[in-house]
Design a binder for this molecule. Structure first.
Ligand code: ADP
Length: 395
C-alpha cells in the first residue's frame, strides 16, 4: 500500500492553518496559513517543497479560502488524499479520544461550544467548509482536551458547590493534550522506555503554555483548567491569579467582565509584565540589553513554571524525565536553565553545553550526569492529528 496523505486543518475565527502530512515523510509536502479571513486583506500563504507562495483573497471566508487551497493539496498529494484531520479545542467530557465526523459527533461538538465560545465555533466553520468541499473523504476531529479525560476526579474537580460541576460542567479540562501525548510518547521511544510504564513531566511552552503529568501513557494532571487561562504564565495570558481579582477590579476600577477578560487573556503574561512583548525571543534580547521589564517577565515565567512542574510531580510515583517542548521549550536554553535551577529538590540539573546545543528542531537529553532525565522533544501536533485520523480510518 502506498504511504497515505492526510490534510490537517486547524481553524481559528479568522484563520486556517493547514498541513499535508504523509505517513512516511518527516517533512510536510505542503503547509500554509490563510489569515484575516472575512476582511479586505484576507490572504493565503503556503510552502510547497520548500517554495513559498501567497495569494490575496479579499473578503474570502473559510470555505472560499479552503477551496483555493484544494488544488494545491491535490497536487501536493499526487491526487491521493486519504482523509482530513481537524483540530478541535474542546471536547468536554463527551470526547475521550478522536472521533470520525458524522451528524452525531458534529452535534456533540456544537453542544460543547458554551465551554469554548471563541474556539469551537471557529473549528466548526472549518469542519463544515471541509465537509462541503470533500464530501466523500473521511474526516476526523482530534480534541485538545481528550488526552486529559484520564485525570482522576481529585485532580479535575474545583472546590466549588457540587451542582456547578454536575449541572454546568464546571471542572478542569486541560488543553494542549495532542502535544503532551505526542512528546511524551516520543520521549519514551527515544529513551528506550515502555510508554505504558513510564512517568513524565511535560512543559509545553508556546504562545500558550501548560504543564502535564503523564503516567503510563495517560494524563494524570495538567495546569490548564476550565479554560486555557489557568496555570502558568503565557505570552499574553496571566495564568493563575487570585480568583477574587475579578471582583476587586470591578469594585475598585469599575471594569466590566469583558474588560477583565480581555486584560487577563490578551494584555497580561509576558506582555503585561515586560510592557514590551509577548515574544520570548524579543524578551531575551531585551534582557541582554538590561531591560528591567523583560528581566522580570523571564524571572516570573520560570519561577511559576517550576512551581507548576513541582505541583505536577504530586501525580507521579517516580520521574522518568522532564520534557520541554513548544517554541520556547524547544529553543530557549535560558528558560530551560532558569526553570530547572528552581527544581533541585526533584534532583534536576542540566548539562549546560547539551542544553545550549539542543535547539532549532534538535531533540535529546540535556541533563547533567547523575541527575534525573531532562529532554527536549519538538512537538508535532499536525503529525499526531494525522496519525489519529489514520487510526480511525483503518478502524
Ligand atoms: P504557538 O503556541 O503559537 O504554536 P510556538 O510554539 O511557535 O507558538 O512558540 C512561540 C514562542 O516561542 C514565542 O514566544 C517565541 O518567541 C518563542 N521562540 C521561538 N524561537 C525562540 C528562540 N530561539 N528563543 C527563545 N524563544 C523562542
Amino acid at each position: 500500500m502506498p504511504a497515505r496523505n492526510i490534510l490537517v486543518i486547524n481553524c481559528g475565527s479568522s484563520s486556517i492553518k493547514f498541513a499535508l502530512v504523509n505517513e512516511e515523510q518527516p517533512q510536510f509536502a505542503l503547509s500554509g496559513l490563510a489569515e484575516r479571513l472575512g476582511s479586505p486583506d484576507a490572504q493565503v500563504q503556503w510552502q510547497h517543497n520548500g517554495n513559498k507562495d501567497s495569494l490575496i483573497l479579499p473578503h474570502a471566508d473559510h470555505r472560499s479560502a479552503l477551496a483555493q487551497v484544494l488544488p494545491l493539496v491535490q497536487t501536493a498529494a499526487g491526487g491521493q488524499l486519504h482523509g482530513i484531520g481537524h483540530r478541535v479545542v474542546h471536547g468536554g467530557e463527551h470526547f475521550t479520544s478522536a472521533c470520525l465526523l458524522d451528524a452525531l459527533s458534529l452535534a456533540a461538538i456544537r453542544a460543547t461550544a458554551p465551554l469554548a465560545p471563541l474556539h469551537n465555533p471557529a473549528n466548526l466553520l472549518g469542519i463544515e467548509a471541509a465537509i462541503k468541499l470533500f464530501p466523500d473523504l473521511p474526516q476526523v476531529a482530534v480534541f485538545d482536551t481528550a488526552f486529559h479525560q484520564t485525570l482522576p476526579e481529585h485532580a479535575f474537580r474545583y472546590a466549588l458547590p457540587d451542582a456547578l460541576y454536575r449541572e454546568h460542567g464546571v471542572r478542569r479540562y486541560g488543553f494542549h493534550g495532542t502535544s503532551h501525548r505526542f512528546v511524551s510518547q516520543r520521549a519514551a521511544e527515544i529513551s528506550g522506555l515502555d510508554y505504558q510504564h513510564s512517568s513524565w513531566l511535560v512543559a509545553h511552552l508556546g504562545n500558550g503554555c501548560s504543564t502535564c503529568a503523564v503516567v503510563d501513557g495517560q494524563s494524570r494532571d495538567t495546569s490548564m483548567g476550565l479554560t486555557p487561562l489557568e496555570g502558568v504564565v503565557m505570552g499574553t495570558r496571566s495564568g493563575d491569579v487570585d480568583p477574587n481579582l475579578h471582583s476587586h477590579l470591578a469594585r475598585t476600577l469599575g471594569w466590566s467582565l469583558e474588560r477583565i477578560d480581555a486584560v487577563l487573556n490578551k494584555e497580561s503574561g509576558l506582555l503585561g509584565l515586560s510592557g514590551l512583548s509577548n515574544d520570548m525571543r524579543s524578551l531575551e534580547e531585551a534582557r541582554a540589553q538590561g531591560h528591567p521589564g523583560a528581566t522580570l517577565a523571564i524571572e516570573v515565567f520560570c519561577y511559576r513554571l517550576a512551581k507548576s512542574l513541582a505541583a505536577m510531580s504530586c501525580a507521579l510515583q517516580h520521574l522518568d524525565g522532564l520534557i520541554f517542548t513548544g517554541g520556547i521549550g524547544e529553543n530557549s536554553a535560558l528558560i530551560r536553565s532558569k526553570t530547572v535551577a528552581h527544581l533541585r529538590l526533584l534532583n534536576l540539573s542540566l548539562d549546560e553545553s547539551a542544553n545550549a546545543r539542543t535547539v532549532r528542531g534538535a531533540s535529546g537529553a540535556i541533563h547533567a550526569q547523575g541527575h534525573s532525565r531532562v529532554m527536549v522533544v519538538p512537538t508535532n501536533e499536525e503529525r499526531q492529528i494525522a496519525l489519529d485520523t489514520l487510526t480511525l480510518i483503518e478502524a
